[in-house]
Design a protein around this ligand. Structure first.
Ligand SMILES: [Zn+2]
Ligand SMILES: [Zn+2]
Length: 252
């Protein structure tokens, strides 16, 4: 395309900030404001075992089959808006940006750990038809190139459509994913990096990790673009010592 053609395209379809939609004068993904307040993960205070900040670490209450998880951003604010404009707004040109950020998250949290392959949590045909493209697979493919890992596709599969997860509560989510994924051949792999675009409760990745391990993978680590931040549980109401003594006295 010649320069005049490029100029015309830029006038008709100006580049917009992926999060707030402000028109940008260059090829950036985010405007300066959204860049400054995007929901970065504080990796120094990040529990890579359960995928939460250390103040809401769930390692004592929940065990996962995967051994670690990292993500590029918290699923809130500018990061969420930008990713959703890729996923639901079909701004496919944002894929390389999110793949690069996820690759950085892998390098930061897993350091020089060696992986044998990258795999992706598969989507149902119905959800692919609804979105018009395979958003997760597109990022996983780019991620495998950035991390220089072989991309193993088609071995981990998903069964027919069930209720969309985001409409379910935690226990329902657990039930929804049980038996949903399966593998079609054995895998003689030591360590696999498993990608899913959004890390929510960890149920999906845990179920996939279980299937991969059943197929022969020895260790599974996970990476996501976004991680849902769990709310801090309210502190247990303080029990007054006096009232406990009083109750005991009444029992006697
Ligand atoms: Zn913006
Ligand atoms: Zn933890």
């Amino acid at each position: 395309m010649n320069r005049a053609g490029k100029y015309l395209i830029e006038c008709l379809y100006p580049n917009k900030c992926a999060a707030c939609g402000e028109i940008l004068g260059d090829e950036s993904v985010l405007c300066e404001y959204c860049k400054s307040c995007i929901n970065q993960i504080d990796y120094k205070n990040w529990c890579s075992k359960c995928g939460q900040s250390k103040d809401v670490c769930r390692c004592n209450s929940r065990e996962f089959r995967f051994l670690g998880v990292t993500a590029a951003y918290i699923n809130e604010g500018a990061a969420k808006k930008a990713y959703y404009s890729y996923k639901f707004g079909r701004r496919k040109e944002l894929g390389p940006f999110f793949a690069e950020k996820t690759a950085n998250a892998v390098r930061t949290v897993f350091g020089n750990m060696e992986f044998d392959a990258l795999m992706c949590v598969p989507n149902t045909k119905r959800s692919l038809l609804r979105r018009g493209f395979d958003h997760g697979n597109s990022i996983a493919l780019l991620l495998s190139k950035k991390l220089d890992l072989p991309y193993v596709r088609g071995v981990l599969r998903v069964r027919a459509f069930r209720k969309p997860q985001h409409k379910s509560e935690f226990v329902k989510r657990l039930e929804n994913v049980r038996g949903k994924y399966y593998t079609v051949k054995s895998l003689n792999l030591n360590r696999v990096l498993l990608f899913d675009d959004i890390f929510t409760t960890g149920s999906t990745l845990d179920e996939c990790a279980k299937e991969l391990m059943f197929a022969g993978v020895r260790e599974v680590y996970c990476a996501s673009v976004l991680s849902v931040r769990l709310r801090k549980r309210p502190a247990e109401p303080a029990v007054k010592v006096d009232s406990v003594i009083q109750d005991k006295t009444q029992e006697i």
